[in-house]
Write a protein that binds this ligand. Structure first.
Ligand code: TYM
Length: 313
C-alpha cells in the first residue's frame, strides 16, 4: 500500500523557536518515515515580512541546518525551498483568480496586521493562496501544523474545492494535523509563543540565550507552581517526572527555572553538535537535490492544471 503524502513548511523569517519545534517540526520529524513526506522552506512567504536579502539568505541556510540537525535525513523525503519550484507562484496566481476579496479578508494574518494599525502588503493579503498552492501541488493529504495555521489549511481545502468545481476534479482536499497539547506552545509571557510578540525561547540558542529567555518567564502565579514555567517544562519532561521537582521546590521560582534551563540544554546539546557539523555547501547540495524531486511532482501537476484552465494550446 502506498504511503499517505504529508507536507509542511516553515518560514525562514528568523531563527526557529521552540514553538515552531514542538508545534510543527517535531511532530513532522517523529513520523516522517511513515509517510511520503515533503518539507519546505517557504522563503516567498517570508518576503511578506522580511525585506533584507542577506538576512533572508542567512535565514534560509540556517533553517535547513535546523531541519537536518533535528533529525531529518534528506534522502528519506523531499526537502526543498519554495522559490526553487516556480509552479508555486504560478498556481497561487490561478487560485487568486478563483477566490474573492471578502474571502481573503477573513484571513487571520491580514486581520491581525490591520488590528495593529499596520498596512498589510498585497502579498500578505493573498498569502493563503500561496500556501494553498504549496499544499495542493503535491496532492497532500495531511498537513502537520500548529493551531495558528488551521485556518490556512481550511483555505487550501476551499481553494481545491473551488478549482475542482470550476475545472473538474484535480486537487485533493488536505486535512490539518494538529498535535494535542502542543497546538499552541506558550511563550515566556504565557501567550502563544511568537516572534512578533518577542516572547520566544530560541530552539538553537546558546546557553546564555536560553538562560536569558527562561529567566524572563513571567512568574506572577497565584500558587506555588509558576504556571508559565511549568507549561514550558512539560514539553521536555512528563508530569510524573516533574512532580517531585515541583513538590520539593514550591515557591522557589529561580530553582525551577534553573532546572528548566538544564533540561532544555540536555535536549538541545546533541542536536546543536550535529548542527555545527553541517556546512552551507551541505545545505545547498540538499536543496538542489530536493528541488529536482519537488519539480518533478509539481510540473506534472501544473501541466494538468494548464490544460484544464485553457492556457495550454
Ligand atoms: P510559521 O513559519 O509561522 O510557523 C511554522 C510552524 O510552527 C507552528 N508554530 C507554533 N505551533 C505551536 N505553538 C506555537 N507557539 C507556534 N508558533 C508557530 C506554526 O503553526 C507552523 O506550523 N504559513 C505557514 C508556513 C507555510 C506552510 C505551508 C505550512 C507556508 N506554506 C504549507 C504548511 C504547509 C507559517 O507561516 O508558519
Amino acid at each position: 500500500m502506498s504511503k499517505k503524502r504529508r507536507l509542511t513548511g516553515l518560514q525562514p523569517s528568523g531563527n526557529l523557536h521552540i514553538g515552531n519545534y514542538f508545534g510543527a517540526l517535531k511532530p513532522f520529524v517523529d513520523e516522517y518515515r511513515n509517510y511520503d513526506s515533503i518539507l519546505m522552506v517557504v522563503d516567498y512567504h517570508a518576503l511578506t515580512s522580511l525585506k533584507d536579502g542577506p538576512q533572508l539568505r542567512a535565514h534560509i541556510l540556517s533553517a535547513v541546518r535546523d531541519y537536518l540537525a533535528v533529525g531529518i535525513d534528506p534522502s528519506s523525503l523531499v526537502l526543498f525551498k519554495q522559490s526553487d519550484v516556480l509552479e508555486h507562484t504560478e498556481l497561487a496566481w490561478i487560485l487568486d483568480c478563483l477566490v474573492t476579496v471578502p474571502f481573503l479578508m477573513q484571513g487571520h494574518a491580514y486581520k491581525d496586521k490591520l488590528a495593529k494599525g499596520l498596512e498589510a502588503n498585497a502579498g500578505l493579503f493573498t498569502y493563503p493562496m500561496l500556501m494553498a498552492a504549496d499544499i495542493l501541488l503535491y496532492d497532500t493529504e495531511l498537513v502537520p501544523v500548529g493551531e495558528d495555521q488551521r485556518q490556512h489549511v481550511e483555505y487550501a481545502r476551499e481553494a481545491a474545492a473551488k478549482f475542482n468545481l470550476a475545472f473538474g476534479q484535480t486537487f485533493l482536499e488536505p486535512k490539518e494535523q494538529i498535535s494535542a497539547n502542543v497546538g499552541v506552545v506558550p511563550g515566556t509571557d504565557g501567550l502563544k509563543m511568537s516572534k512578533s510578540y518577542g516572547n520566544t525561547i530560541p530552539l538553537f540558542g546558546n546557553r546564555d540565550e536560553t538562560a536569558q529567555a527562561v529567566m524572563s518567564i513571567v512568574t506572577d502565579s497565584a500558587g506555588d507552581v509558576p504556571a508559565n514555567v511549568y507549561a514550558i517544562h512539560k514539553l521536555y519532561k512528563t508530569e510524573a517526572e516533574l512532580a517531585p521537582l515541583y513538590e520539593s521546590n514550591k515557591g522557589k521560582y529561580k530553582a525551577l527555572k534553573e532546572a528548566l534551563i538544564e533540561d532544555i540544554e540536555a535536549h538541545v546539546a546533541p542536536m546543536r553538535e550535529k548542527r555545527a557539523s553541517i556546512s552551507d555547501d551541505d545545505v545547498k547540495r540538499v536543496l538542489v537535490e530536493g528541488a529536482e524531486k519537488a519539480r518533478a511532482i509539481a510540473s506534472a501537476k501544473m501541466a494538468d492544471v494548464r490544460q484544464k484552465i485553457g492556457v495550454a494550446l
